[in-house]
Every structure is written in structure tokens, then in C-alpha cells.
Design a protein around this ligand. Structure first.
Ligand code: ADP
Ligand code: MG
Length: 350
């Protein structure tokens, strides 16, 4: 075949760059929900409310009572690689916020109709920015931010075609909020769909208080059900500079699907082979066949020893010493399962 005539090298238009980048960050409504809730938590929100229409495709509105975005910075918030969270490489190496890449709002805005409504403590009124037209005008709301995302993927029909039913997309959105909620019992969460309250988890700690075992237990019970607590045992292990806490399900609580396996590193939900393998191997002698254990495990470690800047979604991490993390998690879960309380519970006939 005849090769197409060569075109000169050119810079891509900004809008197209954002749309290409959006493919990595926003796969479906739940990815936008995750990013917007990340932002609300980074802003110090004590209450985060998510409102959805049509599984999030028609509308995702995430409302928080955080610090807000100053009027003059609203347009900057939408720019690619614009962030208030890091300023240099040193910040990046010990990043404590959920976000830091300054990509999410730009990416989501490039594949939706986005509006930002925000008010800081210093402002006498809120301001609303329409992302497409750039129109900025006074509006009404109390301190905090609402990000509205309408008609996700309307301009990228190829992506829109991959979406599943509203019910499935809603379930993914709820899962995204659940993952945040399990890490932050000091924050209240609510999810509405088509005007109906779907989930509501109240804060059980003063905002900013570190989650103790009791608060975590309450939140786990609220989010995953009382059964999860009844059929699990507390995990607590300190190994060198690594702390592993949370709860591990008893062998009898194992399920056919791996849908209740939550791992956090320094408060961030992650999917990581080292962690899941370590947890699974702790069940080696007590769980046979294809059954999947349930657990919620929280790893705290020196942020310098874990790289969160592996993928735009920040759901993957890389450990500097993955053996040390593997051992800590494996021992933490093994010890929890071997504790007398675990044995006593496991032998109680139900
Ligand atoms: P990142 O979170 O990586 O900084 P984003 O594109 O998600 O990038 O957001 C850009 C910036 O907009 C943030 O750094 C923050 O300053 C501001 N921002 C976004 N959402 C909120 C919010 N809910 N409350 C306060 N500020 C926000
Ligand atoms: Mg962000």
C-alpha cells in the first residue's frame, strides 16, 4: 500500500491534548467522582455530597464545605498541570495530598460541560465559572466548592459507547465514594441518585482526627455492613517504620468475588499486587480453593519510601522496598487471624 504523505510535525491544539490526557484519567463517571472527591478532601471538607443523574453520565455534582477556590483562581484551576498542592520536586517526593498532578479538572472539563462554583472564607459571595464559555459571575453558596460535570463524553462518542447501564455506572460511582469513606471516618459522605438518597455515612470523629480503631470499626460497619465487623478481627502490627492496621475477615467470611478487599497506603486507596499477594498469603493455611478473603488494611509508612506518581489515576504505587511491605502486611494479617479472639470467634457456631 502507498504510505500516506507525510505531514509536518506540529504542536497539538490544547483542547486535543486535554482530551487525549482525559483518556487516562477519566474512563467512566466513577473516575470523575473519584477525582472530585479527592479534591474535596484535599480542600479540608468535613462533608462531601455527591449528586448523580443517569449513573453520572448526565450529571455529577460534588459539593464540599472545604476551603474553596478564590475567584481569580477559578480559571487557573481548569488549566492543565495547574495545582496548588506541590511547587517543586521536593514536595512531590513527600506528597500528602490526594492530588498533585493538576490534571483532573482540565481532563474532565475537556470531555464534559463543567461548571465550578466556589466561595472562600474571605469572600462576600461565591463565584461560578462556566468552563466552556469562560463566563465568571457572582453566585450564591456558603463556603466550599461545587463542581458540576454534565454530559460526560458528549464530545467523545467513542468513549461514551463503552459505558454500561446507568445502574452499573452508579454502582461504580458508589464504590469510588466507598473507597474514600473507608479511609476518612472524620468526614461525612452522602450520595444521591435521581433525587434519592442512595448512601449516607456520618462522620464519627472531629474533622482531622486520625482514625482510631473504634472510629474505623464504626465506619466499616456503616459502609460494608455489621456482618463485616462480626466476621472480622482487628489487625495491628508495627514493623520497623511500617504500621498496618484495619480488619481482616475470618476464613468463613471469604467470598467468591474479591469485592471486599480494601488496601490503603498513607490514606490513599491503592490496587497493588504486593499488598494483595501479602494478604492472600496470610490466608494460605486457612482458606482453600478460589475463595477470596475480605479485609480493609491501612498501611502507614514513610512517604519517601513509596512512589505514588506511577500512573495518572494514582491508584498504583511503587514501594522502594516491597519485601519489607509484603512481610509487614503478611505478618499483620497472620497475627490477627491467629489471635485467641479470632479462634474463639471462628469456633462459635452460628
Ligand atoms: P490537583 O488535585 O492534582 O491539584 P485538579 O485538576 O484536581 O489538580 O485541581 C486543580 C486545583 O484546583 C487544585 O490544586 C485546587 O487548588 C483546586 N481545587 C479543585 N477542586 C477543589 C475543591 N473542591 N476545593 C478547593 N480547591 C479545589
Ligand atoms: Mg485533584
Amino acid at each position: 500500500s502507498v504510505p500516506a504523505p507525510r505531514r509536518p510535525i506540529r504542536d497539538l491544539p490544547d483542547e486535543l491534548i486535554s482530551q487525549i490526557a482525559a483518556g487516562e484519567v477519566v474512563e467512566r463517571p466513577a473516575s470523575a467522582v473519584r477525582e472530585l472527591v479527592d479534591n474535596a478532601l484535599d480542600a479540608g471538607a468535613t462533608q462531601v455530597t455527591v449528586r448523580l443523574l443517569a449513573g453520572g453520565v448526565r450529571l455529577i455534582a460534588v459539593e464540599d464545605d472545604g476551603m474553596g477556590i478564590p475567584r481569580d483562581e477559578l480559571p487557573i484551576a481548569l488549566r492543565r498541570h495547574a495545582t496548588s498542592k506541590i511547587g517543586n520536586l521536593h514536595d512531590l517526593e513527600s506528597v500528602a495530598t490526594m492530588g498533585f498532578r493538576g490534571e483532573a479538572l482540565a481532563a474532565i472539563a475537556s470531555v464534559s460541560e463543567m461548571a465550578l462554583l466556589s466561595r472562600t472564607a474571605q469572600q462576600a459571595s461565591a463565584f461560578m465559572l462556566d468552563a466552556r464559555s469562560g463566563e465568571l459571575r457572582p453566585a450564591a453558596r456558603s463556603q466550599g466548592t461545587t463542581v458540576e460535570v454534565k454530559e460526560l463524553f458528549f464530545s467523545t462518542p467513542a468513549r461514551r459507547k463503552f459505558l454500561k447501564t446507568d445502574a452499573t455506572e452508579l454502582a461504580h460511582c458508589v464504590e469510588a465514594v466507598r473507597r474514600h469513606a473507608l479511609a476518612r471516618p472524620d468526614v461525612g459522605f452522602a450520595i444521591w441518585h435521581e433525587g434519592k438518597l442512595v448512601e449516607q455515612w456520618r462522620a464519627t470523629l472531629a474533622h482531622g482526627e486520625p482514625a482510631d480503631a473504634q472510629a474505623l470499626e464504626r465506619r466499616l460497619a456503616d459502609v460494608l455492613g455489621e456482618d463485616f465487623i462480626r466476621e472480622s478481627v482487628p489487625v495491628h502490627l508495627r514493623s520497623g517504620a511500617i504500621t498496618v492496621t484495619g480488619r481482616a475477615g475470618l476464613p468463613d467470611a471469604a467470598r467468591s468475588r474479591a469485592d471486599q478487599q480494601f488496601c490503603y497506603v498513607n490514606g490513599r486507596f491503592v490496587r497493588d499486587k504486593v499488598l494483595t499477594h501479602a494478604a492472600r498469603s496470610a490466608y494460605e493455611d486457612v482458606l482453600h480453593g478460589q475463595k477470596q478473603p475480605v479485609y480493609a488494611l491501612y498501611v502507614q509508612m514513610d512517604p519517601q519510601r513509596v512512589d505514588v506518581n506511577v500512573h495518572p489515576t494514582k491508584i498504583e504505587v511503587r514501594f522502594r522496598d516491597s519485601r519489607e511491605v509484603h512481610q509487614a502486611v503478611r505478618h499483620a494479617v497472620e497475627n490477627a487471624l491467629a489471635a485467641p479472639r479470632a479462634q474463639a470467634l471462628a469456633s462459635v457456631p452460628v
